[in-house]
Design a protein around this ligand. Structure first.
Ligand SMILES: C=C(O[C@@H]1C=C(C(=O)O)C=C[C@H]1O)C(=O)O
Length: 373
């Protein structure tokens, strides 16, 4: 496009004319892109046919976003630019049929934010009451994909999510990280000085533990099913003349019309939660991938050492190790291991083959693109 490099005019009317002209070019190009995406869908339908056709391709989307960031010259920042393209792809894909995304609800949870960050806004939201319901919704085909929290940088692993993988045939298709800011919120009808109870999800109460000990040592902490539910209860209490506070994020607070008493009360300023995208699809390599495994170790001396040694010898970079009780035998364990690379890469395949010899079960939960945004 020749005229994007023209000198920038310096009067308001000329600048606005230029912006109008650029906008109409951008708009025409976005629609041209959308037509190409529609054509891609037709080709996929012709090649794969009927129910088997997979329109959404996580590896391709990750590559598109990475390239946007690599070639970006500013003044817009890389992330800002990638977010715009995230939404363009979301709109293009929804032309075919918006994807139905199940997530740990209700509306307003951080998991919903994670879903929107990962898929863009052109999706149909399907809030579920519990993590295992998210899995079931995707397994039954009622939702295309599911989004569940898996670990928090302050509080560690989300056990429900790890445990759900034991009996599920779903694959991990992606990951997304969300910076978590918590606020102390009350109804505008309540008086902050009268607050006796603070509601939130167990994880959020834990992420704000030191702050609560310091500023609200006498308020009773009540764990509820989600932060959004806590926000709803605080709004409800205000209407009934009671002063109940909630710890929740901005979105949940706005949804229930709450006021902020104290903002950003999380104990650690880098408080981040990682979420997984689960689906029925195996994702091909994107060039920058991660793999998650579930391993049942043999109950014998050195079992864990022998597993880890296989990674070391094949030069595979392990990034995470979690342990859960196996439930099959007392003091038996299941390990969840993440490593860098796609399971089809040579080194990874060799390491996995060896693990299969050394463990009683190795399940590849999925290889998926490293989060871009
Ligand atoms: C266009 C495609 O299909 C979908 C839409 C994409 C896009 O808008 O760029 C990318 C990947 C797929 O989710 C494709 O596979 O290339």
């Amino acid at each position: 496009m020749a005229n994007t490099k023209q000198a920038v005019p310096d009067t308001l009317p000329l600048l606005r004319d230029r912006i109008d002209s650029i906008d109409s070019q951008i708009q025409a190009l976005i629609n041209e892109r959308a037509q190409c995406a529609q054509k891609v869908a037709e080709v996929k339908l012709a090649e794969q046919g009927g129910d088997a056709v997979v329109f959404y391709r996580p590896e391709r989307e990750a590559q598109v976003l990475r390239r946007v960031m690599e070639r970006n010259e500013g003044p817009l920042g890389n992330e800002e630019m990638a977010k715009i393209f995230r939404q363009i792809m979301s709109s293009c894909l929804a032309l075919e049929k918006p994807m139905r995304i199940a997530f740990l609800g209700p509306e307003g949870t951080f998991t919903q934010q994670a879903a929107l960050k990962h898929f863009g806004k052109s999706i149909v939201s399907a809030p579920m009451a519990a993590i295992d319901e998210v899995f079931r919704e995707v397994e039954s085909g009622a939702a295309n994909y599911g989004v569940v929290p898996v670990e928090n940088s302050t509080e560690g692993v989300v056990n429900h999510t790890l445990d759900s993988f034991r009996d599920s045939r779903l694959k991990i298709c992606g990951e997304v990280e969300v910076r978590i800011h918590h606020h102390l919120l009350i109804s505008p009808h309540s008086n902050a000085d009268e607050v006796t109870h603070i509601y939130s999800h167990q994880q959020s109460l834990a992420q704000c533990r030191a702050w609560l000990d310091r500023y609200w040592p006498h308020a009773e902490r009540v764990a509820v099913s989600s932060n959004a539910e806590a926000a709803r209860l605080a709004a409800e209490a205000g209407k009934n003349g009671r002063a109940v506070a909630a710890i929740a994020g901005e979105v949940a607070g706005e949804m229930y019309g709450l006021m902020t008493v104290s903002a950003n009360i999380e104990d650690r300023p880098d408080n981040t939660t990682r979420f997984l995208i689960v689906g029925n699809q195996e994702v091909p390599a994107s060039g920058k991938d991660k793999t998650s495994l579930l391993i049942s170790a043999k109950n014998e001396p050195g079992a864990l050492y022998h597993l880890l040694e296989a990674f070391e010898r094949h030069g595979v970079d392990m990034t995470r190790l979690e342990t859960r009780p196996s439930l099959m035998s007392r003091w038996g364990y299941i390990f969840y291991i993440d490593f860098v690379g796609h399971y089809q890469e040579e080194g990874c395949q060799a390491a996995i083959a060896e693990l299969r010899d050394r463990a009683s079960e190795v399940k590849v939960l999925g290889s998926y693109p490293v989060a871009v945004l």
